[in-house]
Design a protein around this ligand. Structure first.
Ligand SMILES: [Zn+2]
Length: 509
């Protein structure tokens, strides 16, 4: 790769590629994504193999090479039956933001063990993304605080916020964008957003098309503005800006020992929830992210030298489309689904007496089970029959059957079993029918085992990687062991993933 002045022209999109994204193969776009597609090993059918795709489980899976059942981060937050309260995946019992709930070590930890002197730094829009990618003991981790618009860390990582960060915030902080509009970047010549399938939702009386002001009527910079700015691509620009600063501050890549910089760009998730993946807003987030990745790669070339670093790109989950834009088979869960689920508890109370059957979600309240003299497994079987009768529900899986271990050919149950941890998971898992978007009200979400929620990009580029498409199913648990192998770091035993053969092309390919 060394010596080449411009990235090669992107190759034609692999078969089966979503036509919405054909702009990335346009020869006029030469930013990060086109470059990674041209220079990387590209896995178009990579998936999270677990059944509950969410931010925290997705990041922990990419970092550990294990499914959530192994690393323990089964959801963003879960109910602790013994403590009787919700546990946020990255807040420890001392109230600190930290990886203490992570039950496995990560690529970052393997690297630090194998290479004393390796520096690990992470940064993200969301705290859980920065924490879980950084592993158990990184040198630093930073995330954006939604209310103050500033990057934060916790005492788990550093005794106090570093002085340089305050100075950086004064010069580059989100506050400087107060009074700016969110404007859509132009598409390359000849491409039109509507023709690619990105369109505003017709007949939405609350739509405020781009360009749009950010924040409310408060004329002072404060929480209202920062919370609104947290829902724009600006937060990705903050993460990329901080990443350049971190390269300097931590001298990343400056010596012969490999370092790890883990970044997570959160805007596409946040904007996508609100407007849907085919919105002009989401398109703009990706266009801007593409530029940011291009800038970061150019900067790595300049500082470290081309071909002297490894890059991996993936995602924590996919998403359902906005049902109102996509149309059938997609439909939004509504009154019937809500009422049917709510009446399960009423029916259990009618049959067995006692109130308050569920402590949180589908996790039984242990005191009610005890009072009714009903074991959790029996209650689970009974509730599963009731929930199965609800509209839009394709199947219900109980903790009992997931703990027992599903049959080898039961793909769906296996996916949920990979998301299952006996102490952290609910007593029931709902598998929604194809097309049902389990979100009431506006927006969309990612909460099912269907491919639109589990399929993610996976691209690796750099020394030891032969560019080209790699058709066929691979899983996100394969990323960490693949990177470890490329770095010459021993791959721990007992992982769910395996190193992918990125140094060779598939036979016949
Ligand atoms: Zn999300």
């Amino acid at each position: 790769m060394a010596g080449r002045r411009r990235p090669p022209l992107p190759r034609p999109p692999p078969r089966g590629t979503d036509p919405r994204w054909r702009c990335w193969w346009s020869p006029t776009l030469r930013h990060g994504l086109a470059r990674l597609l041209a220079e990387g090993a590209v896995f178009p059918e990579a998936r999270h193999a677990h059944g509950r795709p969410e931010t925290a489980p997705g990041h922990a899976t990419l970092a550990t090479g294990r499914h959530p059942s192994g690393h323990g981060i089964v959801e963003n937050a879960w109910w602790d039956r013994a403590k009787g309260r919700e546990i946020y995946s990255v807040r420890d019992d001392g109230g600190q933001t930290s990886p203490r709930h992570l039950l496995a070590d990560t690529l970052a930890d393997w690297l630090q063990r194998a290479e004393p002197g390796a520096v690990v730094v992470s940064a993200a829009g969301k705290d859980r993304s920065a924490v879980l990618l950084g592993g158990l003991a990184p040198d630093a981790a930073f995330w954006l605080d939604e209310k103050s618009g500033r990057f934060r860390t916790s005492r788990h990582y550093l005794p106090a916020e570093p002085a340089w960060l305050a100075a950086w915030e004064r010069e580059h902080g989100l506050a400087r964008r107060f009074g700016e509009t969110w404007e859509a970047l132009p598409l390359p010549d000849g491409l039109e957003a509507a023709a690619l399938g990105f369109a505003p939702l017709a007949a939405d009386p609350y739509a405020r098309p781009l360009p749009r002001a950010v924040g409310g009527l408060d004329p002072s910079v404060g929480e209202g503005f920062f919370t609104a700015a947290y829902r724009t691509p600006w937060i990705d620009e903050q993460v990329a800006g901080l990443a350049l600063e971190l390269l300097d501050r931590y001298s990343l890549g400056a010596d012969g020992v490999p370092d790890l910089l883990a970044l997570s760009f959160s805007a596409l998730d946040i904007v996508g929830h609100e407007h849907g993946p085919e919105s002009p807003e989401s398109l703009d987030v990706v266009l801007r992210l593409d530029r940011l990745l291009g800038t970061l790669l150019d900067e790595l070339d300049r500082r470290l030298g081309r071909g002297r670093y490894l890059v991996a790109l993936s995602a924590d989950h996919g998403t359902a489309p906005l049902p109102e834009r996509a149309g059938p088979p997609f439909r939004r869960a509504g009154n019937d689904e809500v009422l049917c689920l709510q009446r399960v508890e009423r029916e259990l109370a009618r049959r067995h007496g006692h109130a308050g059957w569920f402590a949180d979600g589908f996790t039984f309240e242990p005191r009610t089970l005890a009072a009714a003299g009903l074991p959790a497994a029996a209650a689970g079987r009974e509730a599963a029959v009731l929930v199965s009768a609800c509209p839009g529900v394709a199947r219900v899986l109980t903790a009992e059957e997931l703990a027992r271990g599903p049959a080898a050919d039961d793909e769906l149950a296996l996916a949920f079993a990979r998301s299952f941890h006996p102490e952290r998971s609910p007593d029931l898992f709902v598998h929604w029918a194809a097309g049902v978007v389990p979100r009431v009200g506006r927006g969309t979400t990612h909460a099912t085992a269907w491919p639109h929620d589990t399929r993610v990009p996976l691209i690796l580029a750099g020394p030891g990687v032969l560019p080209g498409p790699r058709p066929g199913r691979v899983a996100t648990v394969d990323l960490a062991p693949t990177l470890a192998r490329l770095l010459g770091v021993p791959v721990p035993d007992g992982l769910d993933g395996r190193p992918l053969p990125v140094g060779e092309l598939p036979a016949g390919g």
